[in-house]
Design a protein around this ligand. Sequence first.
Ligand code: MTE
Length: 337
Amino acid sequence: MLIKFPKASDCQESEVTPASIYFSRRALLGGSMAALAAAGLPRLAAAAEPSRYAGAAADGAPAWFKDKLAATQWQAMTVAGEAITPFKDASSYNNYYEFGADKGDPAANASGMKTEPWTVVVDGEVGKPGRYALEDFIKPYQLQERIYRMRCVEAWSMVIPWLGFPLADLLKQVQPTSKAKYIRFETLQDPKVMPGMRSDFALIQWPYIEGLRLDEAMNPLTLLAVGMYGQQLPNQNGAPLRLVVPWKYGFKGVKSIVRISLVEEQPQTTWQNIAPDEYGFFANVNPTVDHPRWTQARERRLPSGLFSPNVRDTLMFNGYGEEVASLYSGMDLRKNY
Ligand code: MTE
């Protein structure tokens, strides 16, 4: 299966990118500093990596990330005609229950999580299991920027420019055995720095677990992300490594991954454990299958407010049907929600 990379005619960069970003990006790609000055545009700082996106902090990234950034394939995939959600919204309206249940809690509480050094274990049904320092884990892969829609099961959505590499590239490297049918992901479990884990009210059994069928994991859209908005992932968004599966509800996008296991049986996932009638294993975005307590036919695109609710119709497979519908041919998506 091929990803449909946009032709120049499909999408103008200025269509998907707010003006401030468009101009700073053009400045980076093209004209000389002198030409910029002549055009009256501000000079870019020479020392630090300039921010491509308004409001996204440019400093503090480790050396391995800066090296990767230099060779990144920018805008490898885009969303035609839909504005990118401002960084401010994507990094302050979060679900990361280890840090609290309110949308502002992860941004308020996650700064204490140490993401360096970080170890990722790959185990289970693989020819080449391993325990890697993150910088070694990332080493073989070129980063790509993928601008994807993200649709939460709670009926809000965003458009986010991720930086990552296809999970399929990792799987080719670690060589799943013939017994491997699913992939299971596990998040960091550190109650000392994660106040949500210490709460008496938490219904969640930690660590947070997610999973995919192997063919879903191999789909070229499935991404392991280390950054967003041209920068390292903020802690509240799942630093230093998270999963992004754009045709599925956001809860499949497990954050701060410490273990990736290839397994024979379908893994039992966090939200299935909590409410199996409401959250299934597949969790494909589907406007025709409602959540038992609300409709999934529409979504609120952030930023949204009382006077501009910014509501739009939800698309089957979040608009990625061409790339993924064949994974589910013959399946009853009402039963396999
Ligand atoms: N990963 C972990 N470890 N813990 C969580 O609570 N929440 C999920 C997912 N990944 C979650 C998680 C849910 S419900 C959503 S919608 C997305 O992360 C939100 O990602 P964002 O905060 O970057 O928008």
